[in-house]
Design a protein around this ligand. Structure first.
Ligand code: UDP
Length: 315
């Protein structure tokens, strides 16, 4: 196959590029590098099966030659990034998804949308299954991301129903691993950066809010299975091991042997920060035969080792 990955220089996009190349496919990665980085794909320079196109997919996308699958992963995805780029976030979810779908249609390609657990907002149902319609505040600080992704899902389903396109939607829950940006503001790079520097980990609010953290390789495997499947309905991908942020901080401190402890900074918690989040992954298990394989402690150890290297190389 020749596949197109939008956001191919991003955290998840670049891991997907690696996986497709390893599996013997050809990859075109598109990115405008506002939150992605060329560092994430530097190791692919010179690989003849890999092409990088510097482009903002919110504008018309020109790609010559055949494309068999389009995976639309371009978007700011961390709360501080989408607060910094609110209009670009809305545009890439709306116009970017439209352009990527249009390209897939023109090429007769299969289309896969990277959606998010944020479509459930601050959920009133726990755990969240795919048929839960969510609790999103359109005008809250997270509205730019949540509504963009909800619109993107609606657009994908419209192309599927009206144009009979072959489409997939993955709702990605918290994912971590090497190549997250150290300054992207999310809890994993924040905590690991602080731990490696020997500082206190900044817990926002009272730390009782929960998340489930999955290692990026598990997400990539699920995405490959979804692309090959015939599952058109959205599918949750994430772990079901729920931890509160305080416990998570303690785990990071333990694994990294950080003496810095924990600092509560309640005022840094952004309004609308979901209090709980946990996927019901029975659809993924039933339809894709998928379950996450990497334990939190193992994934964190790999990620901490990666960040230690990056930070040692950065003056
Ligand atoms: N958080 C925290 N300390 C940090 C960064 C984040 O306590 O230094 C909290 C944040 O308030 C949220 C959770 O960790 O409740 C996960 O935040 P993240 O930004 O990683 O993504 P989210 O899951 O909210 O989209």
């Amino acid at each position: 196959m020749r596949v197109l990955v939008t956001g191919g220089a991003g955290f998840i996009g670049s891991h997907l590029c690696d996986r497709f190349l390893q599996d013997g496919h050809r990859v075109v990665a598109i990115d405008n590098l506002i939150t992605g980085s060329q560092d994430n794909i530097a190791h692919l320079a010179g690989n003849r099966s890999f092409e990088f196109v510097y482009h903002d997919v919110s504008n018309f996308i020109h790609i010559s030659g055949p494309i068999d699958a389009v995976l639309h992963f371009a978007s700011p995805a961390s709360p501080i990034d989408y607060l910094k780029y609110p209009i670009q976030t809305l545009k890439v979810g709306a116009l970017g998804t439209h352009n990527a779908l249009g390209l897939a249609r023109a090429k007769g390609a299969r289309f896969l949308l990277a959606s998010t657990s944020e479509v459930y907002g601050d959920p009133l149902v726990h755990p969240q299954s795919e048929d839960y319609a969510g609790n999103v505040d359109p005008v809250g600080p997270r509205g730019v991301y949540d509504e963009a992704k909800r619109y993107a899902e609606a657009l994908v389903m419209a192309y599927h129903r009206q144009h009979k396109m072959d489409t997939r939607i993955v709702r990605i829950f918290n994912t971590y691993g090497p190549r997250m940006r150290l300054d992207d503001g999310r809890v994993v790079p924040n905590f690991i950066g602080q731990a490696v520097r020997g500082e206190a980990l900044t817990v926002y609010g009272d730390g009782m809010q929960t998340r489930c953290f999955q290692y990026v390789d598990d997400l990539v495997e699920a995405t490959m299975r979804l692309l090959r499947s015939d599952l058109v309905e959205p599918v949750n991908i994430g772990t079901t091991r729920e931890v509160n942020i305080l416990e998570f901080a303690e785990t990071v401190n333990r694994i990294s042997a950080n003496p810095g402890g924990i600092a509560f900074v309640p005022e840094l918690r952004i309004d609308g920060d979901p209090q709980t989040r946990k996927p019901d992954t029975s659809r993924a298990h039933r339809e894709l035969g998928w379950r996450p394989q990497v334990e939190l402690e193992d994934g964190l150890a790999l990620t901490i080792a990666h960040f230690r290297q990056v930070m040692a190389a950065t003056p």
